[in-house]
Design a protein around this ligand. Structure first.
Ligand code: ADP
Ligand code: MG
Length: 384
């Protein structure tokens, strides 16, 4: 694992043009579940060499090799995790390095993307027996802080928020929606709880609790909505003395993001659902796709303001931030289309460079139906 980490760190900077760094993109395949087995589904994903992902309805090795030449069926990522990969392995490969950076006052973010049921929440939050990236990151953070207690005056704060239906809510203190505003540090949610954390033990239950505060689907009681985006922010502040013995404050921010189900981005058959909800969730994920496209194409104008989600992710995608994307996929041929769509976007995200630059500002806010329709068309074109 240590060796893997080194390579990945090199990858990020090797490819970097001056002053930029690449988004690292990982894919995680979850095991086939009972329901899929009972439905008689076959596995349509094969991961080779911890990097290559083959998407196929066929099942022999020869077929995979042949498919390597077929566009849209073979993808390569920084690492691809087969279904046997442990939570700890996923954490060590994708996020451990960002935790180290946050302790140096840098920003990092990890976001999970994929269809509902593909394993995003399992990867991010996990279970009590198998805690995910959020919990492992905080555990690691406290361990590292303890190890360097000689220079330490680190203060850790946690915030956990949700974007649902273009409304931002505090998951640690449910109540009135929060208003986003721009300050020196970027976009902040006014009045968001900053929970001072002292140890790992309290954190798992805090996060589980927060997760239960996520909006539930009105039609499917007790099921966490697949249309809610959850963002955990871990803020580490500390003071150091510089060469001339001045006291310098440093702040690092790690954002861990569990996105809504990506199948909703083009939910044309979901139109029977309440139209406002449908339109708004489309809006957040559509806006995210538009931003990714604009970033990949090197556009000057990145439409971050098009949704609450993209405003909150502005730092992570276009600012000075080390960013990791984990694309979650399921193995079943019954979700072939969703899986291909997820891999398509993950492949595209590999082209994004983050940089120390906040000039990507723009003012336009598309509120009209026509503007939303335009966004939808753009994405459909993108998706063929
Ligand atoms: P999502 O958040 O993407 O909608 P979940 O994380 O809730 O999906 O996963 C759906 C189900 O599959 C959950 O019951 C979860 O525990 C299980 N699951 C997901 N990924 C894995 C995995 N890697 N190993 C074991 N179970 C998993
Ligand atoms: Mg989930």
């Amino acid at each position: 694992i240590a060796q893997d980490l080194e390579t990945i760190s090199e990858k990020r900077s090797d490819s970097a043009a001056a002053g930029t760094s690449r988004i690292l993109v990982f894919v995680r395949l979850r095991p086939m579940n009972k329901k899929e087995k009972e439905a008689g589904s076959r596995c349509c994903v094969k991961i080779v060499n911890k990097r290559d992902v083959f998407l196929t309805e066929f099942a022999t090795e020869n077929d995979y090799l042949r498919l390597k030449r077929l566009r849209g069926r073979h993808f390569t990522f920084d690492s691809s995790f087969p279904d046997s990969t442990t939570q700890q392995e996923v954490y060590s490969t994708t996020t451990a390095e960002l935790v180290e950076d946050v302790l140096q006052g840098k920003n990092g973010s990890v976001f999970c993307y994929g269809a509902t049921g593909a394993g995003k929440t399992y990867t991010m939050l996990g279970t009590v027996e198998n805690p995910g990236v959020m919990v492992l990151a905080i555990k690691d953070l406290f361990n590292k802080i303890r190890q360097r207690s000689f220079d330490g005056n680190h203060v850790v704060h946690l915030s956990y928020l949700e974007v649902y239906n273009e409304t931002v809510r505090d998951l640690l203190s449910p109540g009135r929606p929060l208003v986003l505003r721009e300050d020196k540090q970027g976009i902040v949610a006014a009045g968001l709880t900053q929970y001072r954390a002292y140890s790992t033990d309290e954190v798992m239950s805090l996060l589980q609790q927060g997760n239960q505060n996520r909006t539930t689907e009105p039609t499917r009681a007790n099921e966490t909505s697949s249309r809610s985006h959850a963002i955990l922010q871990v803020i580490v502040e500390y003071q150091v003395k510089d060469a001339s013995s001045n006291i310098v404050n440093r702040v690092g921010k790690l954002s861990l993001i569990d996105l809504a189900g990506s199948e909703r981005a083009l939910a044309t058959d979901q139109r029977t659902l309440r139209s406002l909800e449908g339109a708004n969730i489309n809006r957040s994920l559509l806006a995210l796709s538009s931003c990714i496209n604009a970033l990949v194409e090197g556009k000057k104008h990145i439409p971050f303001r098009n949704s609450k989600l993209t405003q909150l992710l502005k730092d992570s995608l276009g600012g000075a931030c080390n960013t990791v994307m984990i694309a979650n996929i399921g193995p079943s041929n019954l979700s072939f289309g969703e899986t291909q769509n997820t891999l398509h976007w993950a492949d595209r995200a590999k082209e994004i460079r983050t940089k120390a630059c906040d000039a990507n500002e723009e003012i336009q806010v598309p509120d009209s139906e026509a503007d939303q329709a335009k966004l939808l068309l753009e994405l459909q074109k993108e998706n063929r």
